[in-house]
Design a protein around this ligand. Sequence first.
Ligand SMILES: Nc1nc2c(c(=O)[nH]1)N[C@H]1C(S)=C(S)[C@@H](COP(=O)(O)OP(=O)(O)OC[C@H]3O[C@@H](n4cnc5c(=O)[nH]c(N)nc54)[C@H](O)[C@@H]3O)O[C@H]1N2
Ligand SMILES: Nc1nc2c(c(=O)[nH]1)N[C@H]1C(S)=C(S)[C@@H](COP(=O)(O)OP(=O)(O)OC[C@H]3O[C@@H](n4cnc5c(=O)[nH]c(N)nc54)[C@H](O)[C@@H]3O)O[C@H]1N2
Ligand code: SF4
Ligand SMILES: [Mo]
Length: 768
Amino acid sequence: MTRNAPKHDIDENGLEVGKPKDWAAGIPGVAVSLFRGVEQMGTGRTVKTLRLLNQREGFDCPGCAWPEPRAEDGEHRKLAEFCENGAKAVAEEATKRRVGPEFFAEHSISSLAEKTDYWLGQQGRLTEPVVLREGATHYEPISWDAAFELIAERLRGLAGPDEAVFYTSGRTSNEAAFLYQLLVRSFGTNNLPDCSNMCHESSGAALAETTGIGKGSVSLADIHRADLIVVVGQNPGTNHPRMLSALEEAKAHGAKVVAVNPLPEAGLMRFKNPQNVRGVVGKGTPLADEFAQIRLGGDLAFFQAIGHLLLSWEEAAPGTVLDREFIESSTHGFADYAERVRELDWHAVDTATGLPREDIVRIARMIADSERTIYCWAMGLTQHKHAVPTIKEISNVALLRGMIGKPGAGLCPVRGHSNVQGDRTMGIWEKMPEKFLSRLESEFGIPVPRKHGWDTVDSIRAMRDGRAKVFLAMGGNFAAATPDSELTEHALRSCELTVHVSTKLNRSHVVHGKSALILPTLGRTERDVQGGGEQFVTVEDSMSAVHTSRGRLKPASEHLLSEVAIICRLARALFGAGRAVPWADFERDYDLIRERIARVVPGCDDYNARVRQPDGFVLPHAPRDSREFAGTKNGKANFSANKLEFPEVPAGRLLLQTLRSHDQYNTTIYGLSDRYRGIEDGRRVVFVHPDDLASLGFADGELADLVSEWNGDERRVHRFRIVAYPTARGCAAAYFPEANGLVPLDSVAETSNTPTSKSIIIRLEAPN
Ligand SMILES: Nc1nc2c(c(=O)[nH]1)N[C@H]1C(S)=C(S)[C@@H](COP(=O)(O)OP(=O)(O)OC[C@H]3O[C@@H](n4cnc5c(=O)[nH]c(N)nc54)[C@H](O)[C@@H]3O)O[C@H]1N2
Ligand SMILES: Nc1nc2c(c(=O)[nH]1)N[C@H]1C(S)=C(S)[C@@H](COP(=O)(O)OP(=O)(O)OC[C@H]3O[C@@H](n4cnc5c(=O)[nH]c(N)nc54)[C@H](O)[C@@H]3O)O[C@H]1N2
Ligand code: SF4
Ligand SMILES: [Mo]
């Protein structure tokens, strides 16, 4: 049943390090996706499945949130509208391997806890609900009814609803997300932490202030039309691979691309498009016209410097750089901002960015000359202490040139999980606005709590301190994805009950409360048949397009329930029949859920009809659609004056970022190959600049413990292989989740409370 997966991730013997690549995709990409598909699903299923991926009649890719082309924008879907990593995501879900009752009878919890995340994930799909009773050594089968009864009983036994925490990962459909938040709020709490708290929360917090809406303002067609695309803190070649086709198309129309990143990521340097012959056999398209190899956390200074240059050029030649008309009619705070960046501390910019000044000037010149600029970013910006002001600085620069609400321009936080944006729209947030809550209240005639709930970090604190006693997760892998692994594991183990609705086995199932349940669920790819016939669900991509997703494969087991069914049955066990919410009807016919979504969720009027249009519909976004900023406090787009801050690293220390390899989906490890960075058969590596290694007295190939230092505390992970790598000086990188033990729980971004997974001060120590 299993492949020869390593027992431990300490792969000192097998690990191979080669030269990093300077190009992405092409033949290896195609080959890997087919190989992984056939290996997990067999040939027939691979062909059938991949044919439906991201097609109108098929299912939405369970990988990232990158959008599909839309006919109304004059764009066409290709026959193969997916990438290597989308194919891997599908293979992982549509695998023929199974984890059934005999698996749990054979493996005790303590033996499973010894296995790697990779091994756990490779065992296959969960097939039946299982329970771990207090004091037991093994999970054992339980009926669905008994499982719901157990959860309901524990929830009812709490001193109050705020003692329960309800996590969501970003794969949950809009229908399930809407019902889940309804269940949680009917129960009486807003404790709805989600993966977004660790992800784009900083983008939402910044954009809500600057533009009034925490979502991106561009469409795929805008990317194709831009003349300058600035990609900051993002590795699209691995994490949003179809974005490379969009960049390639933009370049074909004359666009320039600027990459701002401490690492020379292969996908940003050169792209061989597997969709065309030139891409498969030729040298590919060079992507980045400028590569600014910035230090970790230096972006706030970088964008202040750009703002400074734009202002000084405008002063030298008035009317040539700034979009004065836009600034005067639509924005607020320009004077304060201008005053702040006029007196720029260039010395601080040098230290923060590590960039030659002439590089910054060249890039600022490109921004000044561009008529249509798009700024894209992801985790390289959001997971820092100063993440929110950093993203506000990007807004500032965009506003100076009026780059919002016009074709080919805008702000583009590129989302991670395939429906993380939709989950938010549907109400998964610990602090949903009053407008949403009051509409929910009047639609269902139930009292809805107003007190803000706990986000991810606060939920961990609450579990640690005994204030939260029941933890329920709709997807995800909380134990592995969160910071401070040791502390978080202790927090989860302190709970009375932990419940996971999951497709596959993961670390969170073995880091359990006193009792625990695993509830197996249907995946995106699978047919969902309810009393009212075959159902589809809806999702929202990173560019606010909402559309259907219809699973077509036979479910992994006849015992699986959809997420919607699980929520509805739990609600009935918890609240009894005859309450204001018709849970049984919702389970039978998802159209009935969508009718309610239409009445509660802003922008979703006539939802059932509009999601049935060929490409669905795009949610309203006032700044994008009409250059209106009604969502901000003053109805204007807001400039902001931010202090120039950056991470200060003591001598002899490095600043570590934790990132994704090319062969994983967050905590799901697909394999041990980080092809573009030249790493094979291992994951316990730390990338450090060769000159830093020399000055620290280490060498490529040696082993080191990584020790993080924070507020006098130390955290340690053991025996990482050092890889000399061309990262920015003073910076290091290691993979998530192996390095999560180094991220202190209390080290968070200001305002958004996002763990600072991209800036951790560490030292290297020879292992003893
Ligand atoms: N195949 C695959 N696809 C995925 C995922 C996956 O795990 N696998 N995860 C999904 C999810 S949930 C998300 S959120 C996205 C994540 O997508 P990304 O944000 O691209 O993911 P990371 O691997 O965290 O990479 C961060 C990038 O930012 C750079 N960076 C780090 N710190 C800084 C900084 O201070 N400044 C600048 N300028 N750059 C910096 C890093 O060098 C790296 O290139 O991908 C989504 N798609
Ligand atoms: N150090 C460090 N930590 C990080 C990050 C980082 O860059 N560095 N990134 C952060 C980010 S951006 C994110 S988004 C989080 C991700 O955090 P999570 O979303 O919690 O983690 P995932 O690994 O995406 O969750 C994978 C699990 O989801 C379950 N699953 C998959 N598909 C489905 C489905 O359709 N339904 C259900 N119910 N379950 C399903 C499977 O059991 C699988 O094991 O991690 C964060 N943590
Ligand atoms: S770019 Fe993202 S959504 Fe598109 S196929 Fe690849 S993983 Fe799936
Ligand atoms: Mo994410």
